[in-house]
Design a binder for this molecule. Structure first.
Ligand code: 0R9
Length: 642
């Protein structure tokens, strides 16, 4: 492509400096240069189309991952304005793509209001971080196109044809000298676009992956908006009422909420600000929770469902089994917290609270059967909480008598600073023994598990405190459970589940992970939970050092390497480990516990919605979704020991 030569005016030079800054510190503008930042590039462009949809002019956005990791995003909105911008003296479209924050800056005072004033600032950042960007606009009877390389204008906007349609199409190739990888993850993009479609009632979003021969494509469009979102989240759960409760108000801070209760014991509230998932919550969530507590207590009292002498229902009682999505639009959102996903604007609490107060109390009065079903569940949750408190007291008192608050089976470490300490939770008798002998007792503690493991998906907190297998885990971790969980009190920086690489081991791992996910979620979110990876095989022969293999691929590689050194496969002794118990303390140390040589898998929570879905399917009441899941996933099963 021929370079477009032109003189730069003072404003242009400033523009270039602006985008140079983006290339120098991409992380500041896009979060990171990992695959996460790469996905962010796509979201920035899609968001501009979503803004046009929110303004009421766009009904469809099509995203394509083209071969060569080129991204194409097309909307059917009005098209970015093409005329010369009075301030920059270049086309508005070029301005948006070359001036940092142009969306916001020009939105405010030049008549181009980016709908809601929320996004529209990312186009220039994406342009700066792309090897090339091509923008095609259909508007005012024409087709216009411009082209950039690394944020610099190579071809200015020119009319290339006629069209009676309107819309904007952006194609870009992220710069591989900036990003660690250009491998977009289809599932990640798909999840985000489904979310956007739920949050933007009626907007059709399609995503197509054309990188491989057999391309895949999905289409999302939800006329029900948040109601559809909640129905989707609850699809595998037993519902307490058929229709989700829907609340909407378009005031200074537009608020939209959908709620549906299920028979489960967990609380699933997802919150969004300007379509951004506020994982850490914030003032909108606070307002919502306060209102729920007040409205249900008021209703319960005025309808004699709780007596005068009874205590109020607590927030956690009222949120047991709830699935809700709260979406607010805030003009100038303040994001706080570790991951900047906590809404800080204090005025939002009261706004959400008073609108939910009004709408929800009206709903309950008009739907007494639904109110009764929900309140019966809340009251039973409150009784269970009281029972749990007693159970907890009992545990505390019992441990006080034993002069230690730690479980008897725990072989603790000598170091007391939690950060450097680890606890191995080990299933089984002999493995526990080997682990105790093999460990480094300075920083490694061992907690062997005994007794029958409880499926927490089907039980409440009182049962959990009384469970002989979970109680030691709660005491050893030392930070409480549920609403009382306090991450600052954890006694170990790493909580490591060590179980056999077989079906029983998987079962215990799943049960423990369900427990951590439902009752100690911050422990997972904070990255404290790990899975130990014991070896599957040992290759040995006199005269060579034992070789441990953790996967079948490892084993094949080891054979190949040995053969290259002239050591024949037949001369080697292959041992397949059935369980941790087969290893002596030294072997267990070397293969699974020594920080220098072991393989630990950190459990992360990338996608809470997906995690909730999987735990509900695998551990919940409904049998049919589980059957379906097993049917679909059986093909992935490896190392099944029958
Ligand atoms: C494919 C991704 N879509 C976009 O990037 C996109 C931006 C955009 C847009 C407008 C319409 N569609 C768009 N798609 C628009 C048009 C008008 C007013 N505001 C917005 C109008 O016709 O008057 N714009 C986003 C920012 C700007 N336009 C602006 F700053 F140039 F006005």
């Amino acid at each position: 492509m021929e370079k477009y030569e032109h003189e730069y005016g003072a404003e242009q030079i400033q523009v270039l400096e602006g985008l140079e800054a983006v290339r120098k510190r991409p992380g500041m503008y896009i979060g990171s240069t990992s695959v996460r930042g790469l996905h962010h590039m796509v979201y920035e462009i899609v968001d501009n189309g979503v803004d046009e949809a929110l303004a009421g002019y766009c009904t469809e956005i099509n995203v394509i991952i083209e071969p060569g990791n080129i991204i194409s995003v097309e909307d059917n909105g009005r098209g970015i304005p093409v005329e010369i911008h009075p301030k920059t003296k270049i086309s508005t479209a070029e301005t948006v793509y070359t001036v940092l924050h142009a969306g916001g800056k020009f939105g405010g005072d030049s008549g181009y209001k980016v709908s809601g004033g929320l996004h529209g600032v990312g186009a220039s950042v994406v342009n700066a971080l792309s090897a090339w960007t091509e923008v095609t606009i259909q508007r005012e009877g024409g087709i216009f196109q411009m082209y950039f390389e690394k944020g610099k204008t190579v071809k200015k906007l020119e009319r290339i044809g006629d069209s009676n349609k309107t819309g904007t199409k952006v194609r870009f190739l992220a710069d591989d000298t900036i990003f660690e990888s250009l491998q977009y993850e289809y599932e990640v993009l798909e999840k985000r676009f489904r979310e956007i479609a739920f949050l933007t009632k009626g907007l059709k979003i399609t995503i197509e992956d054309k990188r491989k021969e057999d391309s895949q494509r999905v289409e999302f469009c939800y006329e029900g908006g948040l109601v559809s979102f909640v129905e989707y989240l609850n699809k595998n759960k037993e519902k307490l009422h058929k229709q989700p409760i829907y609340i909407e108000k378009n005031g200074e801070v537009p608020v939209e909420i959908a709620i549906q209760y299920t028979t489960s014991y967990s609380e699933n509230i997802y919150t969004f600000v300007n379509n951004i998932n506020t994982i850490e919550g914030g003032t909108h969530l606070e307002g919502f929770k306060r209102s729920l507590t007040k409205v249900f207590n008021d209703y319960a009292r005025s309808h004699n469902l709780i007596k005068e002498k009874d205590n109020n229902l607590q927030g956690e009682d009222i949120r047991e089994g709830i699935t809700a999505v709260v979406s607010v639009k805030v003009k100038e959102p303040q994001f706080e917290g570790q991951t900047k996903t906590k809404l800080g604007n204090s005025e939002v609490t009261g706004i959400v609270q008073s609108m939910v107060n009004e709408a929800l109390s009206t709903f309950l009065e008009e739907n007494p059967a639904v109110a009764k079903a929900i309140l019966e569940k809340c009251i039973s949750a409150s009784r269970a909480r009281e029972a749990a408190r007693k159970a907890r007291e009992l545990v505390r008192r019992k441990s006080a008598l034993e002069t230690s608050t730690l479980p008897g089976k725990l072989a603790d470490c000598s170091e007391k600073n939690a950060e450097g300490c680890e606890v191995y939770i080990v299933e089984g008798d002999s493995a526990g023994g080997s682990a105790k002998q093999g460990r480094d007792r300075k920083f490694q503690a061992i907690l062997p598990l005994w007794g029958k493991m409880l499926n927490v998906e089907k039980s409440r907190a009182d049962k959990i405190y009384n469970n002989d297998k979970l109680q030691p885990v709660i005491l050893a971790v030392g930070a409480g459970i549920g609403a009382d969980f306090d991450i600052t009190k954890i006694r170990y920086g790493k909580v490591i589940i060590m179980a056999d690489a077989d079906v029983d081991g998987s079962h215990i791992r799943t049960l423990l992970l369900t427990f951590f996910f439902r009752y100690m979620r911050p422990l997972i979110e904070n990255g404290n939970v790990y899975l130990a990876q014991p070896p599957l095989y040992k290759l040995s022969r006199k005269g060579i050092k034992d070789i441990y293999c953790y996967t079948d691929e490892d084993l094949a590689k080891a054979y190949k390497e040995l053969e290259e050194k002239g050591i024949q496969r037949e001369t080697l002794n292959l041992q397949r480990y059935k369980g941790l118990g087969e290893m002596n303390p030294e072997q267990l140390w070397e293969t699974t516990m020594n920080p220098e040589t072991r393989i630990l898998i950190q459990v992360t929570l990338e996608d809470a919605i997906k995690a909730d879905e999987i735990f509900t399917i695998l551990m919940g009441d409904e049998v049919e979704p589980r059957r379906e899941f097993i049917h679909q996933n059986a093909k992935y099963v490896k190392n099944l020991d029958i």
